[in-house]
Write a protein that binds this ligand. Sequence first.
Ligand code: FAD
Length: 329
Amino acid sequence: MRPFTHVRATSLTQAVTASTRADGARFLAGGTTLYDLMKLDVETPSTLVDITALPGLHDIVPGRRGLVVGALAKMADVADHGEVRTRYPAMAESLSKAASQQLRNMATVGGNLLQRTRCAYFRGGAPYQCNKRVPGSGCSAIGGADRGLALFGTSEACIANYPGDWAVALVAFDAEIEIAGPRGTRRIPAESLHREPGTTPHIETVLEPGELITRIHVPSLPALRASTYHKIRDRASYAFALTSAAVGIEVAGGRVRDVRIALGGVGARPIRARDAEAVLRGQRYDRSLAIKAGEVAMRGARTSSHNAFRVPLGVQTVADAIGIAMERV
Ligand SMILES: Cc1cc2nc3c(=O)[nH]c(=O)nc-3n(C[C@H](O)[C@H](O)[C@H](O)COP(=O)(O)OP(=O)(O)OC[C@H]3O[C@@H](n4cnc5c(N)ncnc54)[C@H](O)[C@@H]3O)c2cc1C
């Protein structure tokens, strides 16, 4: 780990200013992934702007119009919050199925959104090449060990997947991300926070220098009450998703009035599966329709011999998630 300056910010303005002034600054929240990456020499910040003492960003507020979660709320506190569990089950499950209890006690929901890929070539360093780690250096993952890497949204420069769970649930239900920065505050759809790699895989989000996430706004949609986050992984706990699906359903008069489907684990970023939603909308639910929706969701996957198994797995994951959500209607 290299030497760095530590600045403890006590106001948003101070955090933004400190981050903008220092070249190569990073915000520090729970530190559960940033410190790891610093030890691996993937992240080499000159300055850590510690935001853990910023006031007003730890709250979890379930209101009439929706849920507002401060970026510094702990994953465990959101996952275990009574009203979040009953009114926003997909939100609670996406967090409770992530990482481990110890990590969830320490990690924040804002930091969770901005975690970086677990691609072994990105984290491994020399002798591997990684365009995300060193722009222009190449991609050892292409033609390499890509069992857990992305099936969608890849480019010739990068096939890393986005590993987080919470962002998938946010994308399914039209959540918004509130951001503070040098030019004031703004709100963006959760769906547009992460970028596909294209030719610049090292640029992973639309955040500008000095911008930090302050709150997450989740609208109070009827489909959220009957929702789930279904995650398939190599072991039942403490593992990243091979495939996952956030699904919510609203039924009226025996037919699907609203349905939300987003895919996790399989994309360069979380994927909203609108074509799959269209399969179900207006229809009477049955299992074959859920399988069809899963097939549509996984259509167009880029596969290799190591990861092709995740296409039928993804179909099953989506179909099962739809089934679980239907049981909650
Ligand atoms: C062994 C292990 C297993 C894991 N398994 C899973 C899993 O299954 N699913 C899953 O979703 N996650 C998993 N994680 C990731 C874990 O959830 C993240 O490490 C954690 O959520 C990051 O939160 P943090 O507060 O510690 O962020 P930090 O480590 O403090 O920061 C992470 C990044 O976000 C930036 N940042 C933090 N907060 C803000 C903010 N408010 N605004 C702008 N930038 C900010 C930091 O600068 C840094 O770049 C795992 C992690 C580990 C170590």
